[in-house]
Design a binder for this molecule. Structure first.
Ligand SMILES: *[C@@H]1O[C@H](CO)[C@@H](O)[C@H](O)[C@H]1NC(C)=O
Ligand SMILES: [Cu+2]
Length: 160
């Protein structure tokens, strides 16, 4: 009985770890970071972004901005009415739900010369489901399903 309980506890830990570790952090532009002269459309191609993943923008503070804008702001390179704006040099953005997020550098001329990024998160992102996620009902990943099943087993064992 005690052994069965500890086995379930171990399984629970392994499953939770698996679910948590599936979220990744992408350094925008990899080694080059967030700067002008890079094609960020190239950078995103071939990458799959999931709910819970993070984007890290690394750049010289005050030299560039990470300005989150609407789709039209992205296409027109307009940072007015932005959703957020940071110039700290180290900007971390969590992809909290499915859809496309748009970022530009709001320093004059840089967005129009290509310093802009659009990242799309798939509908059924899988991986972790952040608590308090809004909009739609994200499909829980396999890890979460294992946690739910293991929790059920644990409760049954505790009852009998
Ligand atoms: C972006 O730059 C424009 C033009 O300089 C400015 O009007 C706008 O307020 C800036 N946006 C942010 C979020 O600072
Ligand atoms: Cu810039």
């Amino acid at each position: 009985m005690a052994n069965a309980l500890s086995l379930v506890a171990v399984l629970l830990c392994v499953a939770s770890y698996g679910a948590l570790s599936s979220a990744r952090t992408f350094t925008v532009g990899d080694d080059q970071g967030w700067m002008s002269g890079i094609d960020y459309t190239d950078w995103t191609s071939g990458k799959t972004f999931a709910v819970g993943d993070k984007l890290l923008f690394s750049y010289r503070s005050q030299e560039h901005t990470v300005t989150e804008v609407s789709k039209s702001g992205y296409y027109t390179c307009s940072g007015s009415g932005a959703l957020s704006d940071d110039t700290s040099g180290w900007t971390v953005v969590t992809l909290t739900g499915p859809g496309t997020r748009y970022f530009i550098c709001n320093v004059t001329g840089l967005c129009s010369s290509g310093m802009k990024l659009a990242v799309t998160v798939a509908e059924s992102g899988g991986g972790t489901v952040p608590s308090g996620a809004s909009g739609g009902a994200p499909t829980p990943g396999v890890g979460s399903a294992v946690v739910v099943v293991a929790t059920g087993v644990l409760i049954k064992l505790a009852l009998f």
